[in-house]
Design a protein around this ligand. Structure first.
Ligand SMILES: C[S@@+](CC[C@H](N)C(=O)[O-])C[C@H]1O[C@@H](n2cnc3c(N)ncnc32)[C@H](O)[C@@H]1O
Length: 205
C-alpha cells in the first residue's frame, strides 16, 4: 500500500515541482559525488535515478545504469539525456531497486541520492546495491539520514507519518540501514546549507 501511494506521487505532482526543489542543493550534490574516485570505463548504478539530477556530476567516460519505478521521473530523465547528449553513456530503465536484475559484482560504483529515505524497504534496497557492487567498489549516499547518535527531534515522528507515504521518510537511521553489510563509511561531507542532507562515501569490502 505504502508503495502504491508513493508511486502515484512520483508519477503525478512530485516530478513537476522537483527540479525547483533540487536546484539549491546542486553544488552540494556535485561536491559529494566528487568524493568518488572515477576511472574510465567504470560501471555506475544509480537506483532511484529520478529525473537524473546526479548525471551532470558524473564523468562522461563511465557507463551509467539509472533505474527507477516512476515512468514520469524516467521520462523527464530521458528528455534530459537527449538534451545534454548523454544517451551513449547513460541507460535509464524501469526497475524496482529492491529487486535488481543485474548480476552480483557488476558495478564499480553506486550513487544513492535521496533514495534510501524514499524506497519502501531501505535495508532490502541497500542489500541489493551491496550485492551488485564489486568488492572494493564505492557507494555514495547523499541523503537526509539520521545517525545512531542523533538527538531525536520530537517533530520528526509526526512529520514522518505524513511524508513517508508520499515523498520521503525523515527518521531513517544510516547505521541501521547499513548494519551487518560489508561496508565502511570512509568520508562524509555536508550536503546542504542547513545540514539536513549529508554525503557519505562508503567502500564495500
Ligand atoms: C526523491 S527522488 C530522488 C531522485 C534522484 N536520485 C535525485 O537525487 O534527484 C526518489 C526516487 O526514487 C524512486 N524510487 C522509489 N522507490 C523505488 C524503488 N523501489 N525502485 C526504484 N526507484 C524507486 C522514486 O520514483 C523517485 O524517482
Amino acid at each position: 500500500m505504502k508503495n502504491v501511494v508513493k508511486l502515484l506521487s512520483y508519477n503525478t505532482f512530485i516530478p513537476f515541482f522537483y527540479p525547483a526543489l533540487m536546484l539549491p542543493i546542486k553544488p552540494w550534490r556535485t561536491k559529494a559525488i566528487k568524493m568518488m574516485d572515477f576511472h574510465t570505463g567504470d560501471r555506475v548504478i544509480v537506483p532511484g535515478v529520478g529525473t537524473g539530477h546526479d548525471l551532470s556530476a558524473i564523468p562522461k567516460d563511465v557507463r551509467v545504469d539509472g533505474v527507477d519505478i516512476s515512468d514520469v521521473m524516467l521520462g523527464l530523465g530521458k528528455i534530459k539525456l537527449k538534451l545534454f547528449g548523454m544517451e551513449k553513456s547513460v541507460t535509464l530503465s524501469k526497475m524496482d531497486a529492491e529487486k535488481l536484475s543485474f548480476d552480483d559484482n557488476t558495478f564499480d560504483k553506486a550513487i544513492l541520492s535521496l533514495f534510501l529515505t524514499v524506497v519502501f524497504d531501505a535495508r532490502k534496497a541497500f542489500a541489493e546495491i551491496v550485492r551488485v557492487v564489486k568488492p572494493g567498489g564505492q557507494i555514495l549516499i547523499f541523503d537526509h539520514l539520521l545517525r545512531k547518535s542523533s538527538v531525536p527531534n520530537i517533530l520528526a515522528k509526526p512529520i514522518d507519518t505524513v511524508l513517508s507515504y508520499s515523498f520521503a521518510s525523515v527518521t531513517r537511521v544510516l547505521d541501521d540501514i547499513i548494519e551487518g553489510y560489508p561496508v565502511t563509511v570512509e568520508k562524509t561531507v555536508k550536503g546542504d546549507l542547513l545540514g539536513f542532507i549529508e554525503g557519505y562515501l562508503l567502500v564495500k569490502h
